[in-house]
Write a protein that binds this ligand. Structure first.
Ligand code: UDP
Ligand code: MG
Length: 311
């Protein structure tokens, strides 16, 4: 019989976890003729009772495995450690807050079993229940990155997906420190089937993402998967060099040859401000790539384990 592993990143999910476990357990019972379940909960440095809740579950249910980090490393790190350690033939990633409907799991499993796909991914078609500006910026982000990057990122794509072993091995082989899962899944390729569903509200607790964190995550995604911004800064620099050369020639002809009264403090200062603004922007873009490179070069571990119950 095949083994289905479910990876659940958890950061302060003491309220949601028991509900999640109950729901996923129902699915495991309804699928028990098809496959064995394994749960791998990643406690991402929770400061509440999450780890104890998981430990209680693991006492009652031998299929429950866990890894607990020494501090909060972020969902990307949690997913990575899970993918690295799971033993299943089929591997799913699911949030603890039931925003990834467990009832889809059986359908996903059947697709991998009976159809010619390596992975089944999900996307939400609505962003209901999400702050309006968050949805707005999310949409702009996907438009922007898809224009710039060769890999295709799907708007509304969740990290909720079911993969065959081969896909997981490929994902784990990308050991970069600045991880952007959506991009990585797209990068590794394989035949993917997309399922769509309406956005579901979190069952308990609160979202762990502030607007600022999401913004940084978006920049991370862009820097990780395209170098087009560097070319933009190059083109801007090029255009401004040409424009200023023409202006200089114009000024020269005007003042030296025709003896006209040129300039004015206002004109000059606004040009200086404009050009130096563009320069700062370009240096900023450069710096973003450089800093990411700096972090990669340090070769720091993606996560640090404090304890686990894996053998
Ligand atoms: N999560 C995590 N580490 C973090 C932040 C979040 O492991 O630093 C987990 C969280 O417990 C949940 C999942 O990632 O299971 C998705 O988080 P959340 O629901 O806060 O994000 P949203 O659904 O609002 O995008
Ligand atoms: Mg959520």
């Amino acid at each position: 019989m095949k083994k289905l592993s479910i990876i659940v990143p958890c950061f302060n999910e003491e309220e949601a976890l028991p509900i999640f476990y109950k729901e996923i357990n129902k699915i495991s019972i309804s699928m028990e003729k098809k496959c064995n379940f394994e749960y791998l909960f990643i406690d991402d440095g929770s400061t509440d009772n999450t780890l104890n809740v998981i430990k209680e579950l693991s006492k009652k249910d031998k299929r429950v495995k866990y890894i607990s980090f020494s501090r909060n490393f972020g969902k990307e790190a949690a997913m990575y450690s899970g993918l690295e350690k799971v033993t299943g033939d089929y591997i799913a990633i699911m949030d603890a807050d039931l925003q990834d409907p467990p009832k889809l799991l059986e359908e996903m499993y059947n697709i991998l079993e009976n159809e010619d796909y390596d992975t089944v991914a999900t996307r939400r078609v609505t962003r209901k229940g999400e702050p309006k500006i968050r949805s707005f910026f999310a949409r702009r982000f996907y438009k922007l990155i898809n224009k710039m990057s060769k890999i295709e990122l799907v708007d509304g794509a969740r990290n909720f997906r079911l993969m065959k072993r081969q896909v997981v091995d490929a994902v784990v082989s990308l050991k970069e420190y600045n991880r952007y899962a959506n991009g990585i899944f797209s990068f590794v390729g394989f035949k993917t089937k997309w399922l769509e569903y309406e956005n579901v509200k979190r069952i308990a607790g609160e979202t762990k993402w502030s607007f600022w964190q999401l913004f940084k995550y978006a920049v991370n995604g862009i820097v990780a998967f395209t170098t087009v911004p560097l070319i933009i800064s190059f083109i801007l620099g090029f255009l401004f060099t040409i424009a200023s050369s023409i202006m200089l020639i114009f000024l020269f002809i005007n003042s030296v040859i025709f003896n006209n009264n040129v300039s004015g403090v206002f004109t000059v200062s606004s040009i200086v401000l404009f050009v130096s603004g563009i320069q700062l922007l370009c240096i900023g873009i450069l710096g973003e790539y450089l800093s990411k490179n700096y972090l990669e070069n340090k070769n720091r571990p993606i996560y640090i384990v404090k304890e686990d119950n894996l053998k």
